[in-house]
Structures are given as structure tokens and as C-alpha cells.
Design a protein around this ligand. Sequence first.
Ligand code: SF4
Ligand code: SF4
Length: 367
Amino acid sequence: MRKAVSLPEEVLSELYRCFRCGLCRSACPTFAVKGSEGWNARGRLMMARYMAEGLLEPDEAFSDRLFSCNSCGACEVVCPAGVKVADALRAVREALLGAGISPPGKVAELAKAILEHGNPWSKEVARRPTDEKKPILVFTGCVASELEPGIVKAVEKVLEASGLSYSVLEGPCCGFPLFKMGLREEARRAAEALAGELKAAGPKLVITPCPGCTEMLERYFPALTGLKVQVEHATVFFRRLLREGRLVLKRKVELKAAYHDPCVLARSLGIYEAPRELLWQSGLVLAEMEANRQMTGCCGYGQLGFLTYPDLAEAMAKRRVEEALRTGADVLVTACPSCLHAFSEAVKEVARSLAVSDITEVLAELV
Ligand code: SF4
Ligand code: SF4
């Protein structure tokens, strides 16, 4: 028997606002890789609409189209109707799960790992103890902590060079990927676990190198956990330290850099200039990529896509590295652990001559 999936009125109005012009095909990174409408914003919205109208039975293929949307928001920038695609698709995923339809296997595994281990890796990870009552807490997020620890070391080195007292909280997963995928209850449980640790540490300010953690703590934690924390992305905090003269760069690095705007940092949080100012202060000559700022391309690894749809994620990362190569840059710089991981993997296959770095790592070399 068909399972009924009803959608809230405000979600339906987003679905119906799409007038099927197809402009989103020029922006959607999953469409760029797959080349078929089901992997594009328009196709996903149409399938959701047909499902709500009882014309389409949700099946595995439909779930894959829905869950592989990584909420990058590129389609929304070009959409003439102003459809809030990412939020609408998140709500559709949430409704599917609410109707008792299971998420794709890899998504279910990811949620299980995060809830059982506090991280997506399905294993216990040794974490150093967090000092309490320091004014600044560096929250690493799960990806930097496990896959890109160089970023954590870099953040610490910059803070030490600035003479600041801080503590470090390594991981756990803040729940952001689960929240964006529509697994609200699982996200809430992950967020609650982290909120307990943040309350115990009691900092005045949380800084994190991860845009996803920044958005999660700033926007969704109050409703999900009741906890309000002051949080800043590392690029914003470090720019302030530089402007105040607390952070001094002792030398410059004279290389040409392509800067990849992470989707969440740029489109969602509106942080475009802080990383560019840090690049400029470092001496790097900025070579803008064709898709930049609001129109930035997705690295593929956001929302932990490399664990749920690895082939798609890897193809997206390679496309972005190829774009960076076309600028003639020596180094591809970003400001997100997931983007850094995506590009570090992709360059091994398509551009061994291109260095990749997080902006925090660039700064750490210069203090
Ligand atoms: S949010 Fe990104 S991945 Fe999802 S439909 Fe829009 S452009 Fe495609
Ligand atoms: S650009 Fe907007 S209105 Fe046009 S097809 Fe895509 S989602 Fe629909």
C-alpha cells in the first residue's frame, strides 16, 4: 500500500512557485556531474510535488535524488522565482522520514555512527580533555579533528602567537549534516550532546574553522538545544585580531592563490571578505575563480557527501580543482575542513602540482 506523505503548506507553496524554467541547471553541481533532470533542483522539486499529489511513489531512486542534494544553495541564486530550494527539499526529506520511509542506507549509517560514537567514522576517537572556563573555546568540528588535524594545529598556533588563552574541544559532530538532511530528531540528539560539553566549558566565545559548525551553533542550536552561544568562524575572528594588531604576520608568502568560497561560509553565512582580507594580508595574490562569492561552486564534501554519495562528491571536487587550475594559481586556498579534504583528495588524481591549504594553515606559516 502506498505510504501517504503530506507536506506542510509553506513547503507546498515553494514547490508550486517553481515554474520550471530550468535556469537552476546552470548552477546545480549535482546536475553538472549527473547530467539528468532528477539530479537537478527543478527535477527534485517536481518529483516532490508529484509525490505530494499522489502521482509518484517514493522509492530508492527518488530518495537518492532527494538526499544527494547537499543544500549548497547555488540554485537559489539563479532562480528567478526565488524558490527556497534547499529548505524546501530539507522539509521534504523530513516529511518522508516522518511518514516512516527509511533514508538511503548510507545516510542511516551516518546517523547511527554520529549518535553512537559522536562522529561519522563509526569508531571511538581519542579526544584530549577540554580545559574549562577559558574565555575562548576552539571547537574543531568532527572533520577537522579526524581528517584535517593540520587546521586545528594552525588555529592553535595563530591563537598562541596572538597571546590568547584558549581551550580546545575536539569534535564531536554538531549534528549539522543530519539537520540539513532532514534528520531533525537525530540532529537534535547530536546537538544536545555537544551542548552539554559547551555548557561545561563555559567559554565567552566559540571559534571554529568549520562553516557548518558555525551555522549550526549560531542558527539552529537555540531552537534545538536551548543553548545560545557566541560563535565566530575562524576567518572572522582572525581578521579582527589582525585589524586590532594582536595578530602580526612576520613575513609574506608570494604565491598566486585561487580562493574557493565554501558554500556555507559564503552563500549561507555571507562571509566573503574576511578570508580574502586574510589572503591579501598574507601576501598572496588572489586569482578569482570563475565561480566565486555568491556563485561559488560546491566542493561536493559538504553535508558529509563523501560518506553518503562518494562518487558524486569526488566528481564535484575534481571539477572545482580543475576550475582552480584554470586560474593559473600555485595554491588553492579555502576556509573549511570539508572543502580542504575534498581538494586534498581530488588533486591526487587531477592536479598534483596544485598545493591546497586552509587559510588558517597559511596564517600559521607566517606568525
Ligand atoms: S541546493 Fe545545490 S545540490 Fe541542491 S538542488 Fe540546489 S544547487 Fe542542486
Ligand atoms: S530556477 Fe527556480 S523556478 Fe526555475 S526551474 Fe529552477 S527552481 Fe524552478
